[in-house]
Write a protein that binds this ligand. Structure first.
Ligand code: F6P
Length: 383
């Protein structure tokens, strides 16, 4: 029987759904009942802390445990119940121009005898996977990110659990907001994509939703608030994406500069906006930053299911030697697409079909009127 070794890693920001995917990668690869049909016995090595683990492992040392752990179905049996990633993760790029260690990484893949590497990640991690594929490494991608900003897939692991966090936290805020007749500005994550804010806001019934794809006018926000108060509302929930900005303004950042993937450290718009609204409306306004709470907690049922399907599909691709692809989902069907097709692109909200710019909220018509979209088109952006 032919033997083959697969490496699997999780890279970038953690989220719910990673552990279910890891579990099903291992269970599917090591399913003994499929060995004869495949003619191959697979072994799976878990790589710790993302790409960093593959660069840091010193194969000459007897102690590689900190970076590489052999996995088996018994070890991963209960992993799908837990949030985060049992393998650890990092925001580490082997192609960082200031410290390019990609040669070392490729050498280690060869020395570990990995026939293929499965990278579970967002745009940064999968951009690295694409570059490795160009250099001849057999890679498969699994999409994950609470931002849901990867193109060529309707879903990225972690997103639905993050939406549930937004809904749960807003439900909690409603009682205190109503008691005090206050406005609450709730800042969500999402980087340059408004999916979390828009669909989280739609799910929790927010009064106003501000997204990065449509610059807002502060006067208009205040007017909408006052209109609500005149109509008798006691409180307002305003969801603002961390990447949203006022007309003619810029995003608010936690610190200047970008990381090795070119990402800005966005954050802080909620507090700034709350002050401005209070000043403009004279209504007591508070802000809450949901921040990493959106990435935490146990995976919801959908993330467990999608983690399972993506994990199984990733192994199917390896069995069929369809390297250089990312597993994906379209209209409920699991499939795959070339990693090259997602490289340097982001999926963002198309405000002309998916946003109501008059009410700063979700669209008010879905099947009627000129904003009718038979199949809501996703807007694509070069990054
Ligand atoms: O990409 C996922 C994400 O949670 C973004 O929404 C957010 O801007 C960023 O990661 C935060 O990164 P960090 O965990 O490094 O603070």
């Amino acid at each position: 029987m032919r033997k083959s070794r697969i490496g699997v890693l999780t890279g970038g920001g953690d989220c719910a759904g990673l552990n279910p995917a890891l579990k099903w990668v291992v269970k599917t690869a090591m399913d003994e009942s499929l060995e004869w049909e495949r003619g191959t016995r697979y072994e799976v090595l878990g790589i710790r802390d993302g790409w960093k683990g593959l660069v840091s492992v010193d194969l000459a040392s007897p102690d590689t445990e900190g970076h590489i752990s052999p996995l088996n179905p018994e070890i991963v049996r209960t992993w799908d119940r837990y949030g985060g990633t049992m393998l650890g993760t990092s925001r580490f790029s082997p192609y960082d121009p200031k410290n390019d260690c990609s040669k070392q990484l490729i050498e280690n893949i060869e020395r570990l005898g990995l026939e293929a590497v499965i990278a579970i990640g967002g745009d940064g991690t999968l951009a690295i996977a694409t570059r490795l594929a160009r250099e001849g490494v057999n890679v498969i991608g699994i999409p994950k990110t609470i931002d849901k900003d990867l193109p060529e897939t309707d879903y990225t692991l972690g997103y639905e659990t993050a939406l549930n966090v937004i809904v749960e936290e807003v439900d909690r805020l409603r009682t205190t907001a109503g008691s005090h007749k206050r406005i609450f500005v709730v800042e969500t994550m999402g980087r340059e994509a408004g999916w979390l804010a828009l669909e989280g806001g739609e799910a929790c019934g927010a009064y106003i939703i501000l997204i990065p794809e449509y610059d807002f006018s502060l006067d208009k926000v205040n007017e909408l608030v006052m209109e609500g108060r005149r109509a008798g509302t006691r409180y307002e929930i305003i969801i603002v994406a961390e990447g949203a900005k006022p007309e003619g303004g810029t995003e608010i950042v936690r610190k200047e500069g970008v990381d090795s993937f070119g990402h800005k450290a966005l954050g802080g718009i909620g507090e700034v906006l709350a002050h401005q609204i209070e000043e403009g409306t004279k209504i007591e306004t508070r802000s809450v930053v949901l921040s990493h709470l959106q990435r935490g907690g146990a995976p919801c049922a959908y993330d467990r299911r999608m983690g399972r399907y993506f994990g199984i599909a990733a192994i199917d691709l390896i069995v069929n030697k369809k390297y250089g692809n990312m597993v994906c989902v379209h209209n409920g069907s699991i499939g795959y697409c070339p990693l090259e097709k997602i490289y340097g692109r982001l999926s963002v909200v198309d405000p002309s079909t998916q946003y109501d710019s008059d009410r700063y909220n979700g669209r008010r018509t879905i099947l009627n009127g000129e904003k009718k979209s038979v199949r809501a088109k996703k807007s694509q952006r070069k990054v």
